[in-house]
Design a protein around this ligand. Structure first.
Ligand code: SF4
Length: 292
């Protein structure tokens, strides 16, 4: 169980510094600090993010909704607001606090586009608001790294099992909300086999995925590495020494045989007619021109 404590946000919707060619974001929004999903590979544990007790403490931004209203009132450029890069906006505490739900309503009222990144089927609760946001642009990406629940329950123990994420994707797609899979990170020796990836992609297609965005490796830094290695010892005895031998202090651990894997994956996605790029928000130029 994690401690849950309030903090005050000074700013909430921050511009993305570089043009974001991966996720199509113009702004980033984090309503929480810390995450209850406890993925064994989570990069947000790294020292550079200065979250002291990532696994036992969740801080929520108590003034977030007022702050968001105020910031969106003042934003002159409409662009996609992303949420879910440093924590999951639909982690279990969201059920009670409903911060993400309230934030989505503010975004809908301000007619901003949104891209939600999550590993939780709780996002379905907010279908009514996503339907409003969809008038601009609404996209929900589910990070899914393991085809089977037995593995996702080990590597992402606090998140919805993979099967629930697939089901949620299906429901969104059936309701006209674009949704797809973030196939990232890929963990060498754990999730980088064709035996894992092929059924995962087939399930994505069967559940209405509009895209898959793959990244075939995992970052590995200081506290992130310490935690990950502890979990390897616990769940995958003997694997830690393989990582140590192969990757040493490297900050990135690519999948085994990455080039062949990438080629194979692209061919498979072609065969499945599954795009490997996320659809981006396009401002409605015709409406804007009509206005002038
Ligand atoms: S859901 Fe994302 S932020 Fe949360 S623990 Fe997992 S990887 Fe980290």
């Amino acid at each position: 169980m994690s401690r849950v404590m309030p903090i005050q946000a000074r700013s909430l919707v921050n511009p993305v510094k570089q043009p974001d060619t991966w996720f199509g974001l113009r702004y980033n929004m984090n309503l929480y600090r810390g995450c209850q999903h406890r993925c064994i590979y989570c990069d947000s544990r790294s020292q550079c993010y200065q979250i002291t007790d990532f696994d036992h403490e969740v801080l929520y931004k108590e003034n977030a909704i007022a702050q968001l209203n105020d910031e969106l009132d003042r934003k002159r450029i409409k662009g996609t607001i992303g949420t879910g890069s440093m924590n999951d906006p639909y982690m279990p505490i969201e059920k009670e606090l409903q911060l993400t739900r309230q934030a989505m309503q503010v975004i809908a009222d301000h007619r901003f586009p949104v891209h939600i990144l999550t590993k939780s089927d709780l996002v379905l609760r907010d279908m009514d608001i996503l339907q409003q946001i969809k008038e601009q642009f609404a996209l929900v990406s589910f990070t899914i790294t393991a085809a089977e629940d037995a593995l996702s329950n080990v590597i992402e123990p606090g998140a919805s099992p993979s099967s629930k994420r697939f089901e949620a994707m299906h429901i969104l797609a059936k309701n006209g909300i674009q949704s797809g899979v973030l196939l990232m990170p890929i963990l060498p020796y754990i999730t980088d086999s064709r035996k894992n990836i092929e059924p995962l992609l087939r399930k994505a297609v069967d559940h209405g995925a509009a895209y898959v965005l793959p990244s075939l490796g995992v970052s590995m830094r200081d506290r992130q590495r310490l935690y990950f290695y502890q979990k390897l010892d616990q769940h995958f005895p003997g694997l830690r020494s393989k990582y140590e031998r192969k990757f040493g202090d490297q900050m990135y651990c690519p999948a085994n045989h990455i080039w062949q894997l990438e080629e194979w994956l692209n061919e498979l996605c072609n065969k499945l007619d599954l795009p490997t790029k996320i659809p981006f928000y396009q401002p409605q130029m015709d409406k804007q021109l009509a206005f002038f």
